[in-house]
Design a protein around this ligand. Structure first.
Ligand SMILES: Nc1ncnc2c1ncn2[C@@H]1O[C@H](COP(=O)(O)OP(=O)(O)O)[C@@H](O)[C@H]1O
Ligand SMILES: [Mg+2]
Length: 332
């Protein structure tokens, strides 16, 4: 179903990969393992549901990143690399997750955008699933924020977020939502050109009734993601982008949307950081992070325009509704 062999940049094998996770996983396949037509070089990432390896395509010597479905809570490695559940009762969850993982590959394979990671191949082996992507040198935004303690420059924000919003617009145009945008799912290529990763939580707006367990990341997920009845939409991803921008500024995740809903103590970015950042940028971040979905930008494009100063940010009126300041519209 997936075709390899589209022209892809060849990276020298000497280039540094992402830093190893702090605790090397006992569960990872060892370097040198052959999988399909690939040979694993080393483990470069690890999340709750997967392990990521740098590998080499033995046919053309391209470097690739291979994501292995490995839900840590209920999977274990057995002999000869096989992945199995820790308890028989977890079999259904394991298989369901594997199906969704395959679905992630399918979605990514159809999206062709310079800021969305490119999938080359997908296959089943070792009783689990593998997704083969272009290997992208660079670093993870989550780790970079921690290292720099936030305080990232306007120039940095404007290099990273408008292209990401463009990628998001392309995803939304296919009636899908990412639903897991956060700094650790944003990759920075050398020079800062960003790449949106990890489509493991993707939601199809057109699959009515096929509600799947949603992923929630406190600080980045808006209120509507916490409730089964919550209506998710493009502005759900818009909130997560706003929260990720705020994390780049503040160096920590914002308070969770539930806390904010109960008692919003989050001071507007425009009141806190106006010495270091342009007002329209801070206003755009505050707008994207409104607790009420209807008060946020309703599309990635709207937020992108606000960041670029091409659209004025509506001010919140006393009764909670929004209106645009007509005079401010003249800016840009
Ligand atoms: N194509 C890639 N090239 C380079 N590094 C990658 C690639 N894909 C993922 N990574 C690294 O692995 C980490 C985890 O990837 P991600 O897709 O977010 O998996 P998870 O579902 O486990 O969170 C990323 O933060 C990134 O550092
Ligand atoms: Mg991730």
């Amino acid at each position: 179903m997936y075709h390899r062999g589209r022209a892809a940049p060849l990276h020298g094998l000497s280039q540094p990969a992402n830093p190893m996770p702090s605790t090397p996983s006992r569960e990872a396949l060892p370097p040198g393992t052959g999988l399909d037509c690939y040979r694993l070089i080393k483990l470069i990432g690890s999340g709750g549901f997967s392990l990521i390896y740098l590998a080499e395509d033995e046919d053309n010597h391209d470097e690739v990143a291979i994501k292995e479905y490995f839900p840590k809570r209920f999977a274990q490695r057995e002999r000869r690399g096989r992945v199995a559940v820790t308890e028989p009762e977890k079999q259904r969850s394991f298989e369901r997750g594997r199906r969704l993982f395959y679905q992630e590959a399918d979605i990514l394979a159809r999206l062709d955008h310079p800021n969305i990671v490119r999938v080359r191949n997908c296959f089943l082996a070792n009783n689990t699933a593998y997704l083969v992507m272009d290997y992208e040198p660079g670093k993870n935004l989550g780790r970079y924020i921690k290292k720099r303690n936030g305080n990232l420059s306007t120039n940095f924000l404007m290099t990273v977020f408008p292209p990401l919003l463009d990628a998001l617009e392309a995803i939304h145009a296919t009636n899908k939502l990412h639903l897991d945008i956060k700094p650790s799912n944003i990759h920075l290529r050398p020079g800062g050109n960003p790449l949106l990763l990890d489509f493991g939580a993707v939601y199809h707006l057109d699959d009515v009734g096929e509600k799947k367990a949603q992923v929630i990341t406190p600080g980045f997920s808006p209120l509507e993601q916490y409730y089964n009845t919550g209506k998710v939409g493009p502005c759900t991803d818009v909130y997560a982008i706003g929260a990720s921008m705020r994390a780049c500024i503040e160096g920590k995740p914002p308070p969770s949307a539930v806390e904010r809903h109960a008692n919003d103590e989050l001071e507007p970015a425009v009141d806190l950081f106006s010495e270091r950042y342009p007002r329209h940028l801070l206003e755009a971040v505050d707008w994207a992070m409104r607790v009420e979905a209807t008060e946020r930008p309703q599309s990635a494009l709207e937020l992108r325009k606000a960041l670029l100063g091409e659209l004025s940010v509506p001010t919140l009126s006393r009764n909670g509704g929004t209106h645009r300041d007509e005079k401010a519209m003249s800016r840009g």
